[in-house]
Design a protein around this ligand. Structure first.
Ligand SMILES: Nc1nc2[nH]cc(C(=O)O)c2c(=O)[nH]1
Ligand code: SF4
Ligand SMILES: [Mg+2]
Length: 267
C-alpha cells in the first residue's frame, strides 16, 4: 500500500501510532472518578519512573520509591514492547472505541461520554490526540489526557477543549529533576485553564516537594493520588495522605480500578 500523502489539511486520522491497549472501564482517578470511560493506552514514554535512566537490562534495579505501573508500555529491557501492541490509525482507534461503547450495539444504554488517553506518555502522539479530541467533541463526549506534563500540548489540542490530568513526577521517581520538570510545558498546561495537577504520593518527602512546585508554578487544582498496585497499598497511602492534603488545601483521589482489580491490565 502506498504511504499516505500529507495534505495542507492534514488528515490526522490516517497516521498509525503504537497502541498498548484500548479498554472500557471506570475512570479510576481524579475529578471524574467512577465515571464510565473509554481508554486509549499509547505505547512509549519519555520518562523512566523508578529508574534514573532507561534501564540497560531486565535486572536493572529500580531505585525510586515511586515506580511506573505501566512499564510494559516503554521498558524494552524488561518487556517485549511489540507483544500485544497494535499500530492503529487514529481513525481505527476511534472505531474500536465505538465498538467498545456498549451503547453502539444497545442504543437503550447511555453512551460512554468520557474518553481517557493515557500511556506511556500520550503527548508523544499529539496528532492522534487532536483527531481523537475532535471526534470526542463532535459526538458529545469529553476527553482527558493523563500526562506527565513534560511536553507542551500545543494550541490546537488546548483549543479542542481536552482536560489535562497532569501528573508531575517527584524526586521519589528517581528521574533527575531536569528531565521531569519542564517549565515551558508546566506553564502552558497551567495557562490552558484545563489542568488538574495530580501527584502520586509515596511518603512525607513528596508533600514538601508538591508544595514547592505549587508555589513555583502557581499550580491550581491539586490532587493527591495514592501509589500502589494492591488495594491494601492504595488504602494505606490514602490514610497517610489525607491529613496533609486537607492541611494544604489539596484534593485526594483513590485509584478505584486498583481497589477493584489490583494491577490487572486493561482495567
Ligand atoms: N480504570 C482506570 N482508570 C485510570 N485512570 C488513569 C489511568 C492510567 O493508567 O493512567 C487509569 C487506568 O489504568 N485504569
Ligand atoms: S511518566 Fe507515567 S508512563 Fe512514563 S514512566 Fe512515569 S509513570 Fe510510567
Ligand atoms: Mg494506570
Amino acid at each position: 500500500m502506498p504511504a499516505p500523502v500529507a495534505s495542507p489539511v492534514a488528515d490526522l486520522g490516517q497516521w498509525p501510532v503504537p497502541i498498548s491497549e484500548l479498554f472500557y472501564s471506570f475512570q479510576g482517578e481524579g475529578p471524574n472518578l467512577g465515571r464510565r470511560a473509554l481508554f486509549i493506552r499509547f505505547r512509549d514514554c519519555n520518562l523512566t519512573c523508578g529508574y534514573a535512566a532507561a534501564p540497560g537490562s531486565a535486572n536493572t534495579p529500580a531505585t525510586g520509591t515511586m515506580r511506573c505501573d505501566t512499564e510494559y508500555t516503554w521498558n524494552g529491557a524488561k518487556h517485549d514492547l511489540s507483544t500485544g501492541v497494535q499500530h492503529l490509525t487514529p481513525q481505527q482507534i476511534w472505531d474500536e472505541l465505538m465498538r467498545l461503547d456498549p451503547s453502539t450495539t444497545n442504543p437503550g444504554l447511555a453512551a460512554v461520554d468520557l474518553i481517557v488517553a493515557s500511556g506511556g506518555e500520550p503527548l508523544l502522539r499529539k496528532n492522534a490526540l487532536l483527531y481523537l479530541a475532535n471526534q470526542a467533541v463532535s459526538t458529545g463526549r469529553r476527553m482527558e489526557i493523563e500526562t506527565n506534563a513534560t511536553i507542551t500540548p500545543g494550541a490546537n489540542l488546548i483549543a479542542a477543549g481536552v482536560a489535562f490530568n497532569a501528573g508531575l513526577k517527584l524526586a521519589s521517581s528517581a528521574v533527575p529533576r531536569s528531565r521531569r520538570i519542564k517549565p515551558a510545558a508546566i506553564t502552558a498546561i497551567q495557562a490552558s485553564g484545563q489542568a488538574r495537577w495530580k501527584f502520586v504520593v509515596c511518603g512525607p518527602d513528596d508533600v514538601a516537594e508538591i508544595a514547592q512546585l505549587q508555589a513555583q508554578f502557581g499550580l491550581t487544582e491539586i490532587w493527591l493520588s495514592p501509589e500502589g498496585t494492591t488495594a491494601a497499598a492504595v488504602i494505606e497511602q490514602m490514610r497517610r495522605a489525607a491529613v496533609p492534603a486537607l492541611e494544604h488545601g489539596w484534593n485526594l483521589t483513590t485509584r478505584e480500578h486498583v481497589l477493584i482489580w489490583g494491577d490487572e491490565r486493561g482495567k
